[in-house]
Design a protein around this ligand. Structure first.
Ligand code: ZN
Ligand code: ZN
Length: 338
Protein backbone atom coordinates (compact mmCIF):
# COMPACT_ATOMS: atom_id res chain seq x y z
CA UNK A 1 0.00 0.00 0.00
CA UNK A 2 0.93 3.65 -0.06
CA UNK A 3 0.93 5.87 3.00
CA UNK A 4 1.65 9.45 4.04
CA UNK A 5 5.12 10.41 5.24
CA UNK A 6 6.46 13.81 6.30
CA UNK A 7 10.07 14.16 5.17
CA UNK A 8 10.76 17.75 6.11
CA UNK A 9 8.74 20.90 6.71
CA UNK A 10 6.37 21.30 3.76
CA UNK A 11 7.46 17.96 2.25
CA UNK A 12 4.58 15.45 2.44
CA UNK A 13 4.87 12.32 0.30
CA UNK A 14 2.43 9.53 -0.45
CA UNK A 15 4.74 6.61 -0.96
CA UNK A 16 5.10 2.84 -0.79
CA UNK A 17 4.95 1.45 2.71
CA UNK A 18 4.43 -1.96 4.18
CA UNK A 19 0.78 -2.94 4.55
CA UNK A 20 0.16 -3.31 8.29
CA UNK A 21 -0.47 -6.77 9.74
CA UNK A 22 -1.42 -8.16 13.12
CA UNK A 23 1.67 -7.95 15.37
CA UNK A 24 0.14 -8.56 18.80
CA UNK A 25 -2.88 -10.75 19.64
CA UNK A 26 -4.64 -7.58 20.88
CA UNK A 27 -4.30 -5.78 17.50
CA UNK A 28 -6.83 -5.13 14.79
CA UNK A 29 -6.14 -4.02 11.23
CA UNK A 30 -8.75 -1.76 9.70
CA UNK A 31 -9.47 -0.70 6.13
CA UNK A 32 -9.89 3.05 6.16
CA UNK A 33 -13.29 4.49 5.21
CA UNK A 34 -11.97 8.03 5.62
CA UNK A 35 -9.13 9.84 7.35
CA UNK A 36 -8.10 13.47 7.54
CA UNK A 37 -5.46 16.08 8.28
CA UNK A 38 -5.39 17.47 11.85
CA UNK A 39 -4.48 20.98 12.94
CA UNK A 40 -1.78 19.34 15.08
CA UNK A 41 -0.24 17.82 11.91
CA UNK A 42 0.51 21.38 10.84
CA UNK A 43 3.01 21.93 13.68
CA UNK A 44 5.64 19.53 12.25
CA UNK A 45 4.54 20.41 8.69
CA UNK A 46 5.42 24.03 9.43
CA UNK A 47 8.69 23.05 11.09
CA UNK A 48 7.47 24.31 14.47
CA UNK A 49 7.86 20.86 16.00
CA UNK A 50 11.02 18.87 15.27
CA UNK A 51 10.75 15.41 13.68
CA UNK A 52 13.27 12.60 13.65
CA UNK A 53 13.65 11.80 9.97
CA UNK A 54 10.78 10.62 7.74
CA UNK A 55 7.62 10.43 9.88
CA UNK A 56 4.44 8.50 8.99
CA UNK A 57 1.42 10.76 9.55
CA UNK A 58 -2.24 10.61 10.55
CA UNK A 59 -4.15 9.77 13.71
CA UNK A 60 -7.86 10.31 12.92
CA UNK A 61 -9.58 7.29 11.46
CA UNK A 62 -12.67 5.19 10.96
CA UNK A 63 -13.21 2.14 8.82
CA UNK A 64 -13.98 -1.54 8.55
CA UNK A 65 -12.24 -4.23 10.55
CA UNK A 66 -10.17 -6.33 8.19
CA UNK A 67 -8.49 -8.71 10.64
CA UNK A 68 -8.15 -9.14 14.40
CA UNK A 69 -5.59 -10.82 16.64
CA UNK A 70 -6.41 -13.97 18.61
CA UNK A 71 -7.16 -12.12 21.87
CA UNK A 72 -9.59 -9.53 20.47
CA UNK A 73 -13.14 -10.05 21.70
CA UNK A 74 -15.19 -6.89 21.20
CA UNK A 75 -14.78 -6.24 17.47
CA UNK A 76 -14.80 -8.58 14.51
CA UNK A 77 -13.96 -8.48 10.80
CA UNK A 78 -16.49 -6.56 8.71
CA UNK A 79 -17.65 -4.23 11.48
CA UNK A 80 -17.46 -0.47 11.12
CA UNK A 81 -15.35 1.05 13.89
CA UNK A 82 -14.09 4.37 15.15
CA UNK A 83 -11.17 4.69 17.55
CA UNK A 84 -9.38 7.38 19.48
CA UNK A 85 -6.05 8.84 18.37
CA UNK A 86 -4.70 7.46 21.67
CA UNK A 87 -5.00 3.72 22.28
CA UNK A 88 -6.26 2.48 25.64
CA UNK A 89 -6.93 -0.81 27.43
CA UNK A 90 -9.96 0.60 29.27
CA UNK A 91 -9.10 -1.36 32.41
CA UNK A 92 -6.15 0.40 34.07
CA UNK A 93 -6.80 2.94 36.85
CA UNK A 94 -6.39 5.97 34.55
CA UNK A 95 -8.91 4.52 32.09
CA UNK A 96 -11.33 3.74 34.90
CA UNK A 97 -11.07 7.28 36.23
CA UNK A 98 -12.10 8.45 32.75
CA UNK A 99 -8.72 9.31 31.27
CA UNK A 100 -8.08 6.66 28.59
CA UNK A 101 -5.75 9.10 26.80
CA UNK A 102 -3.48 8.71 29.87
CA UNK A 103 -3.78 4.89 29.77
CA UNK A 104 -0.84 3.00 31.26
CA UNK A 105 -0.56 1.21 27.89
CA UNK A 106 -1.23 4.24 25.72
CA UNK A 107 0.26 4.57 22.26
CA UNK A 108 -0.44 7.45 19.91
CA UNK A 109 -1.71 6.44 16.48
CA UNK A 110 0.61 7.89 13.83
CA UNK A 111 0.01 6.11 10.52
CA UNK A 112 -3.65 6.72 9.77
CA UNK A 113 -3.28 8.69 6.53
CA UNK A 114 -3.13 5.39 4.68
CA UNK A 115 -5.61 2.83 3.32
CA UNK A 116 -4.91 0.35 6.15
CA UNK A 117 -4.06 0.89 9.82
CA UNK A 118 -2.96 -1.36 12.66
CA UNK A 119 -4.77 -0.46 15.88
CA UNK A 120 -3.16 -1.80 19.08
CA UNK A 121 -5.39 -2.66 22.08
CA UNK A 122 -8.35 -3.04 19.73
CA UNK A 123 -10.80 -4.08 22.47
CA UNK A 124 -10.18 -0.97 24.52
CA UNK A 125 -9.60 1.49 21.69
CA UNK A 126 -12.24 0.76 19.05
CA UNK A 127 -16.00 1.25 19.20
CA UNK A 128 -18.11 -0.63 16.65
CA UNK A 129 -21.45 0.54 15.29
CA UNK A 130 -24.39 -1.90 15.23
CA UNK A 131 -24.46 -1.80 11.43
CA UNK A 132 -22.51 -0.21 8.61
CA UNK A 133 -23.38 3.51 8.55
CA UNK A 134 -24.61 5.21 5.41
CA UNK A 135 -21.84 6.91 3.44
CA UNK A 136 -23.04 10.45 4.14
CA UNK A 137 -22.47 9.94 7.88
CA UNK A 138 -18.82 8.90 7.47
CA UNK A 139 -17.36 12.43 7.69
CA UNK A 140 -19.23 13.13 10.94
CA UNK A 141 -18.28 9.73 12.37
CA UNK A 142 -14.66 10.44 11.50
CA UNK A 143 -14.74 13.65 13.58
CA UNK A 144 -15.54 11.66 16.72
CA UNK A 145 -12.06 10.07 16.45
CA UNK A 146 -10.35 13.29 17.52
CA UNK A 147 -11.57 16.70 16.43
CA UNK A 148 -15.10 16.43 17.85
CA UNK A 149 -13.94 14.35 20.82
CA UNK A 150 -11.38 17.05 21.57
CA UNK A 151 -13.91 19.88 21.20
CA UNK A 152 -16.23 17.93 23.47
CA UNK A 153 -13.51 17.56 26.09
CA UNK A 154 -12.85 21.31 25.81
CA UNK A 155 -16.47 21.99 26.74
CA UNK A 156 -16.61 19.28 29.41
CA UNK A 157 -13.31 20.27 31.04
CA UNK A 158 -14.42 23.93 31.04
CA UNK A 159 -17.50 22.85 32.99
CA UNK A 160 -20.01 24.11 30.41
CA UNK A 161 -23.45 23.82 32.03
CA UNK A 162 -26.95 24.82 30.94
CA UNK A 163 -27.21 28.61 31.02
CA UNK A 164 -23.44 29.18 31.05
CA UNK A 165 -21.53 31.78 29.10
CA UNK A 166 -18.74 30.09 27.17
CA UNK A 167 -15.89 31.63 25.20
CA UNK A 168 -14.08 29.60 22.55
CA UNK A 169 -10.55 30.75 21.71
CA UNK A 170 -9.51 29.44 18.27
CA UNK A 171 -11.48 28.99 15.07
CA UNK A 172 -9.80 25.86 13.74
CA UNK A 173 -11.86 22.69 13.39
CA UNK A 174 -11.47 21.87 17.11
CA UNK A 175 -12.60 25.36 18.12
CA UNK A 176 -15.61 25.16 15.83
CA UNK A 177 -16.60 21.78 17.24
CA UNK A 178 -16.00 23.10 20.75
CA UNK A 179 -18.74 25.61 19.90
CA UNK A 180 -21.01 22.75 18.80
CA UNK A 181 -20.18 20.85 22.01
CA UNK A 182 -20.86 23.85 24.27
CA UNK A 183 -24.21 24.25 22.53
CA UNK A 184 -25.03 20.57 23.12
CA UNK A 185 -24.17 20.99 26.82
CA UNK A 186 -26.64 23.86 27.11
CA UNK A 187 -24.51 27.00 27.07
CA UNK A 188 -26.79 29.99 26.69
CA UNK A 189 -24.22 32.31 25.30
CA UNK A 190 -21.29 31.17 23.18
CA UNK A 191 -18.71 33.73 22.15
CA UNK A 192 -16.46 32.53 19.33
CA UNK A 193 -13.17 34.35 18.82
CA UNK A 194 -12.48 34.39 15.09
CA UNK A 195 -11.43 36.79 12.40
CA UNK A 196 -12.27 34.72 9.33
CA UNK A 197 -15.67 35.09 7.78
CA UNK A 198 -16.21 31.49 6.63
CA UNK A 199 -15.25 30.24 10.09
CA UNK A 200 -17.43 32.83 11.81
CA UNK A 201 -20.38 31.63 9.74
CA UNK A 202 -19.79 28.00 10.63
CA UNK A 203 -19.36 28.96 14.31
CA UNK A 204 -22.78 30.64 14.18
CA UNK A 205 -24.27 27.61 12.49
CA UNK A 206 -22.86 25.42 15.30
CA UNK A 207 -24.37 27.68 17.98
CA UNK A 208 -22.18 30.75 18.54
CA UNK A 209 -24.25 33.75 19.66
CA UNK A 210 -21.45 36.34 19.46
CA UNK A 211 -18.26 36.72 17.46
CA UNK A 212 -15.19 38.57 18.69
CA UNK A 213 -12.53 39.30 16.08
CA UNK A 214 -10.09 41.07 18.41
CA UNK A 215 -7.20 39.13 19.95
CA UNK A 216 -4.86 39.42 22.91
CA UNK A 217 -5.59 42.15 25.47
CA UNK A 218 -8.07 43.76 23.12
CA UNK A 219 -9.93 40.46 22.78
CA UNK A 220 -10.02 40.07 26.58
CA UNK A 221 -11.44 43.58 26.87
CA UNK A 222 -14.22 42.72 24.41
CA UNK A 223 -15.11 39.59 26.42
CA UNK A 224 -15.26 41.69 29.60
CA UNK A 225 -17.56 44.18 27.86
CA UNK A 226 -19.83 41.38 26.65
CA UNK A 227 -20.07 39.84 30.12
CA UNK A 228 -20.85 42.98 32.12
CA UNK A 229 -17.23 43.34 33.23
CA UNK A 230 -17.24 39.92 34.92
CA UNK A 231 -15.64 37.47 32.50
CA UNK A 232 -16.96 34.13 31.24
CA UNK A 233 -17.97 31.05 33.24
CA UNK A 234 -16.17 28.73 30.81
CA UNK A 235 -13.32 29.43 28.43
CA UNK A 236 -12.23 26.79 25.92
CA UNK A 237 -8.66 27.27 24.65
CA UNK A 238 -8.27 25.45 21.31
CA UNK A 239 -5.00 26.80 19.90
CA UNK A 240 -1.94 26.17 22.11
CA UNK A 241 0.04 29.40 21.90
CA UNK A 242 1.13 31.74 24.68
CA UNK A 243 -1.21 34.44 23.39
CA UNK A 244 -4.26 32.17 23.18
CA UNK A 245 -3.63 30.67 26.62
CA UNK A 246 -3.31 34.05 28.30
CA UNK A 247 -6.33 35.30 26.39
CA UNK A 248 -8.27 32.32 27.75
CA UNK A 249 -7.18 32.69 31.37
CA UNK A 250 -7.82 36.45 31.38
CA UNK A 251 -11.28 36.02 29.80
CA UNK A 252 -12.57 33.77 32.61
CA UNK A 253 -14.30 35.19 35.65
CA UNK A 254 -12.88 34.49 39.13
CA UNK A 255 -14.10 30.97 39.90
CA UNK A 256 -14.49 30.24 36.19
CA UNK A 257 -13.10 27.27 34.28
CA UNK A 258 -10.48 27.25 31.54
CA UNK A 259 -9.87 24.17 29.44
CA UNK A 260 -6.93 23.81 27.08
CA UNK A 261 -6.86 21.25 24.28
CA UNK A 262 -4.52 22.88 21.78
CA UNK A 263 -1.12 21.15 21.96
CA UNK A 264 0.97 23.82 23.75
CA UNK A 265 3.93 25.25 21.90
CA UNK A 266 6.11 27.47 24.09
CA UNK A 267 3.37 28.21 26.62
CA UNK A 268 4.64 29.41 30.03
CA UNK A 269 2.39 30.41 32.92
CA UNK A 270 3.38 32.87 35.58
CA UNK A 271 2.61 31.76 39.14
CA UNK A 272 1.51 35.11 40.54
CA UNK A 273 -0.90 35.80 37.69
CA UNK A 274 -2.38 32.30 38.02
CA UNK A 275 -2.70 32.79 41.79
CA UNK A 276 -4.75 35.94 41.45
CA UNK A 277 -6.77 34.74 38.43
CA UNK A 278 -8.78 32.32 40.60
CA UNK A 279 -9.54 30.01 37.68
CA UNK A 280 -9.81 26.23 37.35
CA UNK A 281 -7.47 24.82 34.70
CA UNK A 282 -8.06 21.44 33.07
CA UNK A 283 -6.76 20.20 29.74
CA UNK A 284 -4.53 17.78 27.91
CA UNK A 285 -4.93 15.16 25.21
CA UNK A 286 -8.69 14.58 25.12
CA UNK A 287 -9.98 11.32 26.66
CA UNK A 288 -11.82 10.70 23.40
CA UNK A 289 -12.50 7.03 24.06
CA UNK A 290 -14.68 8.00 27.05
CA UNK A 291 -16.93 10.09 24.79
CA UNK A 292 -16.98 7.88 21.68
CA UNK A 293 -20.15 5.85 22.33
CA UNK A 294 -22.17 9.00 23.09
CA UNK A 295 -20.78 11.02 20.19
CA UNK A 296 -21.24 8.18 17.70
CA UNK A 297 -24.83 7.94 18.89
CA UNK A 298 -25.46 11.67 18.41
CA UNK A 299 -24.13 11.40 14.85
CA UNK A 300 -26.10 8.25 13.97
CA UNK A 301 -29.29 9.88 15.28
CA UNK A 302 -28.39 12.93 13.17
CA UNK A 303 -28.66 15.26 16.16
CA UNK A 304 -25.37 16.88 15.21
CA UNK A 305 -23.53 17.33 11.93
CA UNK A 306 -19.88 17.89 12.90
CA UNK A 307 -18.71 16.65 9.46
CA UNK A 308 -19.41 20.19 8.21
CA UNK A 309 -15.91 21.18 9.36
CA UNK A 310 -14.57 19.34 6.31
CA UNK A 311 -14.64 21.98 3.61
CA UNK A 312 -12.20 20.12 1.38
CA UNK A 313 -12.41 16.46 0.38
CA UNK A 314 -9.59 14.85 -1.59
CA UNK A 315 -8.52 11.39 -2.69
CA UNK A 316 -5.91 10.11 -0.24
CA UNK A 317 -3.15 10.21 -2.86
CA UNK A 318 -3.54 14.02 -2.98
CA UNK A 319 -2.77 14.31 0.73
CA UNK A 320 0.05 16.82 0.09
CA UNK A 321 -2.46 19.28 -1.35
CA UNK A 322 -4.66 18.65 1.71
CA UNK A 323 -1.83 19.82 3.99
CA UNK A 324 -1.05 22.82 1.76
CA UNK A 325 -4.66 23.97 1.71
CA UNK A 326 -4.87 23.88 5.51
CA UNK A 327 -1.47 25.49 5.94
CA UNK A 328 -2.52 28.37 3.69
CA UNK A 329 -5.88 28.51 5.47
CA UNK A 330 -7.70 27.82 2.21
CA UNK A 331 -9.36 24.90 4.01
CA UNK A 332 -10.55 24.48 7.59
CA UNK A 333 -10.04 20.71 7.51
CA UNK A 334 -9.26 18.22 4.76
CA UNK A 335 -11.06 14.90 4.47
CA UNK A 336 -9.10 12.14 2.72
CA UNK A 337 -10.74 9.19 1.01
CA UNK A 338 -8.72 6.09 0.09
ZN1 ZN B 1 -6.03 15.28 15.46
ZN1 ZN C 1 -5.83 2.08 30.54
Amino acid sequence: MKGTVLYAPGDIRFEDRETPTIEEPTDAVIRMAATCVCGSDLWPYRGLQPTNGPTPMGHEYCGFVEEVGGAVRSVKPGQFVVGSFATSDNVCPHCRYGYPSACAQREFITRAQAPFLRVPLADGTLVATAEAPSGDLIPSLLTTSDVLGTGWFAADAANVKPGATAVVVGDGAVGLLAVLSAKQMGAERIIAMSRHEARQNLAREFGATDIVAARGDEGVERIKELTGGIGADSVLECVGTQESMMQAIRSARPGGFVSYVGVPHGVKLEGAELFFAHVHLHGGPAPVRRYLPHLIDLVLQEKINPGKVFDLSLPLDQVAEGYRAMDERRAIKTLLRP
